[in-house]
Design a protein. Structure first.
Lengths: 113, 113
């Protein structure tokens, strides 16, 4: 198993609410990427954080936002939840400028009712 | 935009036989190609990766090949075992460019006893 952890493991929200998901990167890793994995599909890149700034973004609306902290951990925030936001949210940590292999956390399964 | 196509979507092979999964990518600047294995309810786990300066890489029963000209890459699993049953994802990215990974849609591999 990787050293990447995520919390919570499961979450149920209702449409319109806001949610915050958390990720702790593997020791020595300075970059965190977030992915959304809908059932039966491959992970879709949301954005990446490096040096506490967004460092690339996929095709997701602005209601998806994030933060990275000085200890390299990260948060994903989603506002105005929609039913289609129901998915497994994965974070992956890596070392920018080095091998950059990404190692995934166990994910947070979000259900929006 | 960037895209990774993966085939087949499902694959069933007899235990001991070989399995081959094929992917194509659209971004000619891609230079890093990881393969992930995802068991039901678990995180994607990196099983092997290949960089664009190499045409083939092998790790025990697993091998990957890369044809940069044709923008094709493949995963080969030999002497398949029941524990190889999982969903496999190919992916492509540009190292040092926000390192977003574009995933294929996945192949569900089943090993028949």
């Amino acid at each position: 198993e990787t050293g990447v952890t995520q919390s919570p493991t499961h979450l149920i929200k209702t449409r319109g609410q806001q949610v915050t998901l958390r990720c702790s990167s593997q020791s020595g890793h300075n970059t965190v990427s977030w992915y959304q994995q809908a059932l039966g599909q491959g992970p879709q890149f949301i954005f990446q954080y490096y040096r506490e700034e967004e460092n690339g973004r996929g095709n997701f609306p602005p209601r998806f936002s994030g933060l990275q902290f000085p200890n390299y951990s990260s948060e994903l925030n989603v506002n105005a939840l929609e039913l289609d936001d129901s998915a497994l949210y994965l974070c992956a940590s890596s070392v920018q400028g080095a091998e950059e292999t990404q190692y995934f956390g166990p994910g947070t399964r979000l259900l929006v009712l | 935009g960037e895209n990774v196509e993966q085939h087949p979507s499902t694959l069933s092979v007899q235990e001991g036989d070989s399995a081959v999964i094929k992917c194509t990518y659209s971004d000619s600047a891609s230079n890093y190609f990881p393969w992930y294995k995802q068991e039901l309810g678990k995180r994607p786990q990196l099983i092997i990766d290949i960089r664009s300066n190499v045409g083939e890489k092998k790790d025990q029963r697993i091998a990957v090949t890369l044809n940069k000209t044709a923008k094709h890459f493949s995963l080969h699993i030999t002497e398949t075992q029941p524990e190889d049953s999982a969903v496999y994802f190919c992916a492509a990215s540009r190292v040092s460019s926000a390192s977003k990974i574009i995933f294929g849609s996945g192949t569900r591999l089943s090993i028949r006893p």
